[in-house]
Structures are given as C-alpha cells and as structure tokens.
Design a protein around this ligand. Sequence first.
Ligand code: AHR
Length: 501
Amino acid sequence: VTARITLDRSAEIAPVNPRIFGSFVEHLGRCVYDGIYEPTHPTANQDGFRQDVLDLVRELGTTTIRYPGGNFVSGYRWEDGVGPRESRPKRLDLAWHSLETNEVGVDEFAKWCKAADSELMMAVNLGTRGVDAALDLLEYTNHPGGTHLSDLRAKNGSPEPYDIRMWCLGNEMDGPWQVGHMSADDYGKIAGRTASAMKMLDPTLELVVCGSSGSQMPTFGDWERIVLEHTYDSVDYISCHAYYQERNRDLGSFLASSLDMQYFIETVVATADHVKHKLRGKKTINISFDEWNIWYLEEHMLKSEEKREDWPYAPRLLEDVYSVADAVVLGNLLITLLQHSDRVTSASLAQLVNVIAPIVTEPGGPAWRQTTFFPFATTAALAKGRVIRPMISAPSYDTKAYGGAALVDAVATLDDEAGKAAVFLVNRSQDEPITVELDVRGLGSFGSVRASSLHDEDVYAKNTLEDQNRVALRPNDSARVDGGTLTVTLPPVSWTALDLG
Ligand code: AHR
C-alpha cells in the first residue's frame, strides 16, 4: 500500500503555538500527592517535589500546566492551601470522594511550575463560589504588593507576583457530575460577571470560558452559543474537552478518534464565529482544548462505584496503563490539534502524572514513561516555526463510528530560521505497512532525514513497573531523501516523526 503527501511552504496554517503542548495537574488521586509531591522520596527536593518526576516533565516538554482542576476546582477553597502547612485544613473532596490535606496549594504549585519550565494556567471555582473568591485569588497571585492579599503572598514566602496569564472560568459546568452544575444561561451569567470583574483588575488577562465536556453532550452546540452570547466581549477562549477509548474491541474506530476531535473543533469554531457576527464582535474567540487524552472512563466508573466507601488520601484513581495503540491515537490527536492551530491556540494533555498520564510513579520507587509519553515529547521537541497543511492522498477504510477514514494522517512544521522541518504521521492500518512518498520540494532542500516510529508487533504492548522500557520510540531505517522526494515505510498501527535538516 502506498500514499502520497505533498508539502508546500505556502500552505501555512499558523505559527506553532507552544501552548499547544500544555498539560494538566489536578488534585486527583496520585497526581499531586505521591505524584509530583512526595517529601519522603529519595529524589525529593527541599520543597518535597520529586526531582525524577521533574526531569521527566522537562523531557516531555510541557509548556503550560492547568491547575488545580478539573472537577476538583468546583468545590475548592484556594485559601485552604496557603500559609503554614500545619494549620491548613483537611477537607472532603466531593469530586473524587477523597481527603484533601492541602499540603500543596498555589504557592507550592507556582514554585513547581518554575522548576518544570512551564507556565501556570489557573482555574477558579465557579461551582460553589463566584466573583469574590476569583478576585481574591487573582489579587493574591498577581498583584505586586501593598494590599491585604498580595502582602499575604509575600508573607507566605513569595514577594514577587506569579503574574498568571491564563485563567479558566470554572470547569465543565455543563456536566451533571460537576459540583454546582448549571444551565448554559446560568453559567454564562456568572462567567460573564466573573470575567468582567477580573479584567477590571487586569484587562490583559487571557480568560477561558467553559465549553462542552465532549461532542456527545446533549447540550453541545447550544451550550457554546448561549455561554458566548453572555461572555463574548470579556473572554478570549472557549474550552473543549475530549477523551477517547477503544470500545467493544473496535480498534478501527478507535484509531480514527481524531475525526471526532476534528468535528468538535470545527463545530465550536463555527458556533463562536456565528456569535461573533451576531453580536458584531470585534475579536475572534479561539479554542483552549484544555483536556484531551485517552481515558478508559467506563471501566473506571464501574470500579469506583464498587470499591470506594471511605474518603481516602491519594487513592489510586484513573491510573490507565497505555498501549501502543493508545499512543498512536494520542499522536494522531496531536496531529489534529496542530492541523487546527489557527484556532486551537492552547491545549492541555489531561493529565500529567499517574492520573491518565504519560508519567507514572511508585511511592518510594521509580518514575517511568508510558507509551503515550513518546509522541507528545517528540512532537513538542520537533514542531517549531510554522505549521504546514499537507496534501494527503491515501487509501481509506471503513469504521463503525465515523464511516470512511484515511489510512494515513499527517501534519508538518517548517522552521526557516533553523533550516529544519518535521513531519508527523500515523498509519491506521491494522495489518499493512504503508510506504509514503512525500514531495518536499515546496518546503526547501534537505540533506538528511531522521525517522523514528512508535510501533510494536503487539499493539497492546505497555510499559509497566516490571517492564518499564518495553515500548519506546525506535529509529525507522526505511526513510530516504532523494532529491525532492522523501520515502518512508510506516508499520501497521504506528506513529512516526520525520526530522529533516
Ligand atoms: O481529567 C479528569 C477529569 O475529566 C477532570 O477532572 C474533569 O474536568 C473531566 O471530566
């Protein structure tokens, strides 16, 4: 089987926005406690953060980190997490039926983000709280000094403000599972009031209003329209959240999951632009795809109903172990985000450590990379400059969930300054390798190509505590550049990166 791809520098989608490579840390299960924070771990620094985890986060290349939730934020009181640790209250976390000790709060997390070379993206609680608490948190984190809350931050050890730019106005308020779940109308009103007040403190903030928790939500479409009608002038982004999993052993549909993401993005863009024209809006609202990943959600729901009768501290929740197929789909979702980078200008892989995460830890033990670590880290490292839309000609196959899907998907980036380009590709075929001929003459001339693929004879192979390096990115020796043509063979169910120089 063969496919053809033509790449031309004039087919620019947008500059590569580093914020596409964001992630997410929620107070959930072992993401914070026994994840990034474990004071008794042999690698812990003076703040109790695991250095081995920090090393892996830097290797992953995350740029922004959304915090502290997620469902958690809708019942969170940020004040509980500041000041002397010994006097911080323990609370019930209704979202995850867990005990929250507040050992880590915004001051510690801001420090951690600095160590992780990442920008902190903060969410405010619009589930049980509102304008007042959001303004207090903003004053605490961003005001330079001379007021009660900014001076309190200084007293708590951080005289310099954190200057947090991106703020989420609540989380998944369309979801019946959300503490304080509301109708689009009610949410639009509280989000609009909160956004306007926050911008009175700082008009340059970048505010994200909640969109839908998935394209399958019954309110999808109307939710975006109504919420934006209330908030258009005071917000900058609308969020999308999407999780995918293989269902009913239908690998073919699962491998084409990015078609849903594409539909989701294009529908939200159309809705946001509809509201823009209706309200004669001056600016354009972009998308913050601030939760996306593979998540075997249905399996977890069953487990949590069976087992959780108490209020445990740092329980093992949502600890999916990812396969090669999962990583191929994740790589494809990242290709889709890049293909839409003219309108998706921020994204967060949910989540970062232990909880549906690319990085896993054992308390007192090692930290290692899941299969999904590799496409994310490699794309974040190689995608520089401008995103280029490829012209793809490939055979297609039938899927139960989405109808016809191309066997090959791809996107490219071009970095003129460095004289480099990169191409990211997937082969969705379950049994055939596909040889792809890429016409790269329109990009420039390149003397060398380095190709690496994520693939395994067993598409369900995983990295585990016992076998932490079973799956990794391996060199793909089939790649050749000959004049303006690059040829590479993609193994079945694989993700590949081409690094051209
Ligand atoms: O990322 C896990 C959960 O998924 C988040 O807390 C919530 O926002 C979403 O439903």
